[in-house]
Ligand binder design. Structure first.
Ligand code: TRP
Length: 463
């Protein structure tokens, strides 16, 4: 049998997995949720969730992958639980759905990079017209998917790992540079205060549950992306230690993104933070105005660096999303990687076309469904996001922990984690993982799944 490939080093794996984790979610969702959810209080809650709840799920996924050296579907079968293959299929579906719209936003990022280079800061005021220019954004989306596919087609060490070794350090340099620059602008401190001054009164139940959902998505959990990456990890590597690095990098970059974003917005609004909105609007509509106000030359430098940073962050994430179905097809159908990659990427791009049309171009897809009890309609793209991100991922995470703790059994998980890390056997981390994987994770993730499902599709808010 042809070799599946491997990460060539522990560092290579950490960079690739951290690249999967660091993505659009860190740069546009985290800062906004933090500011809205009580500043430093939110950051604290987020940290607790990332390390207490998400870290054990991450470790579990990597361990299942490394133990079986298989894709998420094959992994359950290899462990002897054929009936659990559905969980792998659910994961692959999540990945395919998420990639289908994530790639479109990534295409906007490249498009904006090209506009910034030309000094077209006006684009911010025309964001909604921009996304409706279907041929243009469609082309950028196709370009982004092609770059993703090209990277994945080169294999694990020659493609994904190599790209991550270049993209992640560059990303880190860019974000540190932009953060220092943003913090040196007038009114920066008002922005930082807006971001971080703790407001414990804003910490509602909903904020807590958003923090968990965000941490989970940001760490790329719940769909077997890390089962897949884990299947290429060496038996001598210390999984606990790698997972700690991945978590720290992801959380650290999300935190930095806030330190960069808020001084920028504060500078534009003279410290008032007026009309401040989160989501794509913040990045694609507001930030170009900030760059314009820096003057032509500086604006071009800072603006194009920012959108290059965003594109790099997105690329290491789209690569991991594409790798999941690709590994599945390569493992199970024994088709060559090169051929598989281009076919799968092409199909996912086609699946993304309705999402592409649902940002203003087609009325049908833009106002696709009106949920039960909702006032305004939801676009096709948002619907896919609600299914893929908000429903499938927590459900997947819930089932993965149930599987590991009660079906595969904890001792087997612990044995895999001891490989390459003898001290783990008697450590407090082991006790922590023992407890959280059996009780805390299934409980919290099951809870999140039910609450989000009711909220998104039935407008039933428990809060
Ligand atoms: N974590 C990435 C982000 O924050 C998105 C992502 C990439 C992802 N791969 C994933 C999310 C797998 C869940 C599962 O943008």
């Amino acid at each position: 049998m042809a070799s599946r490939g491997n990460f060539s080093s522990k560092l290579g794996f950490i960079l690739a997995a951290a690249g999967s984790a660091v993505g659009l979610g860190n740069i546009w969702k985290f800062p906004f949720e933090a500011a809205d959810g009580g500043g430093a209080a939110f950051v604290l809650i987020y940290l607790v969730f990332a390390f207490i709840l998400c870290f054990p799920v991450m470790v579990t996924e990597i361990a299942i992958g490394r133990k079986t050296q298989k894709n998420p579907v094959g992994a359950y079968k290899a462990l002897g639980f054929k009936q659990w293959q559905f969980l792998g299929i659910l994961g692959i579906c999540s990945g395919v759905l998420i990639l289908s719209f994530y790639n479109i936003v990534a295409g906007w990022a490249i498009g904006y990079f090209l506009e910034m280079i030309q000094g077209n800061f006006e684009i911010g005021n025309n964001f909604s017209t921009y996304t409706a220019q279907i041929w243009k954004v469609g082309l950028y989306g196709a370009l982004f998917m092609a770059i993703t596919a090209f990277t994945v087609s080169k294999g694990i060490s020659g493609g994904i790992e190599r790209a991550a070794k270049f993209l992640m350090p560059s990303l880190l340099l860019m974000i540190i540079g932009l953060t220092f620059y943003a913090m040196s602008l007038p009114n920066a401190s008002a922005g930082i205060a807006y971001y971080l001054v703790p407001e414990f009164s804003e910490v509602t139940f909903e904020v807590v549950y958003n923090a968990l959902g965000q941490a989970f998505f940001s760490l790329s959990l719940g769909m077997g992306a890390l089962i897949t990456y884990g299947s290429y990890v060496s038996k001598n590597d210390n999984i606990i230690n790698s997972a700690a690095w991945i978590t720290v990098t992801d959380v650290g970059i999300a935190f930095l993104a806030g330190l960069m974003m808020f001084p920028f917005v504060s500078y534009l609004t003279n410290g008032t933070m007026e009309n401040f909105t989160g989501g794509p609007g913040l990045i694609f509509a507001t930030l170009p105005g900030v760059f314009r106000s820096l003057g032509e030359t500086l604006g071009i430098i800072v603006g194009s660096t920012f959108f290059l940073l965003l594109s790099f962050a997105a690329l290491t994430s789209t690569v991991s999303l594409l790798e999941v179905p690709v590994t599945y097809v390569v493992d199970e159908l024994k088709i060559s990687r090169k051929r598989t990659v281009w076919i799968v990427a092409g199909l996912i791009f086609l699946l993304g076309v309705p999402s592409l049309l649902s940002n203003g171009y087609s009325g049908f897809f833009t106002n696709f469904v009106t949920y039960f009890g909702a006032i305004s309609p939801t676009s096709f793209m948002t619907l896919i996001e609600h299914i893929g991100n908000d429903t499938f991922l927590p459900l997947g995470g819930f089932l993965i922990t149930i599987f590991a703790a009660y079906v595969w059994k904890k001792n087997n998980l612990i044995e895999e984690l001891v490989q390459g890390n003898e001290q783990f056997r008697n450590s407090w981390v082991r006790k922590h993982i023992d407890f959280t994987v059996s009780y805390l994770c299934p409980l919290m993730l099951g809870f999140i799944f039910i609450l989000t499902f009711l909220d998104r599709f039935f407008g039933i808010s428990v809060f």
